[in-house]
Design a protein around this ligand. Structure first.
Ligand code: TLP
Length: 342
């Protein structure tokens, strides 16, 4: 019997040998005194990559987003969010419970809030809870890893400038977006005031995300991180793997995208599956299992019997994510497993 193929998420990726060696040899200091040279190096590299002044290492993407929310908004303010975005859907109510803000949900095509509605909401800011932040997500997880084209980000950015409201980008997978859109990450990041991105997903690092923005913003965000208990000490052990991730693992994401395409193309050839197939441009494939005639949990269980793990994304949705620890061969096997089930 072959080993399990884990397509639940790119978060399951294990650190590379080079990351493990970097972690073992990392030069460290107390980061709360700003004295960890490896953290400082990673933060400088991250800021430079995003085209921002400054960056802050946090253990998780959720803490990066939460620190950003706490820094951008005051209690009683309102935040525009797309209803399926990670901050609203998964982060346990941090926008209200921690940042004290009222979520204003704005849907739109491909996981991007509709610009016309955003403009309308901001135009009526006088007699409603004051909207002081717009959140975007690129790539968008629950929209099957879809990218938001930069032209669309620019439209929302221009609206935000008109009303003087900042944008926070959950760019957990911004490098996937940059590869798929074939542009530098800076070209995406420039349409947001703050950007969070993760090292621990497709880039393969074991731990770590970065929040980037102006120096003033990041100085404030460091206080939020402290309140959340995320100010670490010899965090260079984590940062060292992150440096390897940023320097060496971004370009290879195109392999993950090719494998997702291979998977989707293979599934599209299976009659019962093809109509339920949801495709993105990056490393995710979803299946609407209702169309396929099954509950998500039942399809996941059939796949599990064939040593394939997938995520259940709703009663009738499963998600499959490609990443560095699955190869072409694994994908071909996964297609054959679907073939076997149907
Ligand atoms: N996403 C995870 C799960 O939480 C769903 C996954 O498997 O995809 N923003 C986005 C867009 C994310 O997809 C995630 C994690 C996060 C933020 C949070 O990152 P962590 O897990 O590091 O807190």
């Amino acid at each position: 019997m072959r080993d399990f193929i884990d397509l639940r998420s790119d978060t399951v990726t294990k650190p590379t040998q080079k990351m493990r060696e970097a972690m073992m040899n990392a030069i460290v200091g107390d980061d709360c005194y700003g004295e960890d040279p490896t953290v400082n190096e990673l933060e400088a590299l991250a800021a430079e990559k995003m085209g921002k002044e400054s960056a802050m290492l946090v253990p998780t993407g959720t803490m990066g987003n939460t620190s950003a929310l706490m820094t951008h908004v005051k209690h009683g303010d309102a935040v525009i969010l797309e209803p399926d975005c990670h901050i609203y859907y998964y982060e346990r109510g941090n926008v209200s419970a921690i940042a004290g803000a009222l979520p204003i949900l704005v849907s739109g095509e491909g996981g991007c809030p509709d610009p016309d509605i955003v403009e309308d909401m901001l135009g009526r800011n006088g007699n409603r809870p004051k909207i002081t932040l717009i959140c975007l997500e690129n790539t968008h997880n629950r929209a099957c890893g879809r990218t938001i084209p930069v032209e669309k980000m620019k439209v929302i950015y221009d609206i935000s400038r008109k009303f003087n409201v900042p944008i926070h980008l959950d760019g957990a997978r911004i490098f996937n977006a940059s590869i798929a859109l074939n542009i530098d990450v800076k070209e995406i990041a420039k349409y947001a005031d703050s950007v969070m991105f993760c090292l621990s997903k497709g880039l393969g690092a074991p731990i770590g995300s970065l929040l980037t923005g102006t120096a003033e913003f990041i100085n404030e965000a460091r206080k939020a991180r402290k309140r959340l208990g995320g100010a670490m000490r010899q965090a260079g052990v984590i940062a060292s793997a992150g440096i390897v991730a940023l320097k060496e693992m971004t370009e290879r994401l195109k392999e993950d995208h090719e494998n997702a395409k291979l998977l989707a193309d293979g599934l599209a050839k299976i009659d019962k599956v093809k109509d339920g197939l949801i495709r993105g441009e990056t490393n995710m494939v979803m299946i609407n299992t209702k169309i396929v005639g099954m509950k998500a949990v039942d399809l996941a269980s059939e796949l599990n019997k064939r040593n394939i793990k997938v995520s259940i994304y709703g009663p009738y949705t499963i998600r499959l994510v490609t990443h560095k620890d699955v190869n072409r061969d694994d994908i071909l096997y996964a297609i054959s497993a679907f073939d076997d089930i149907f």
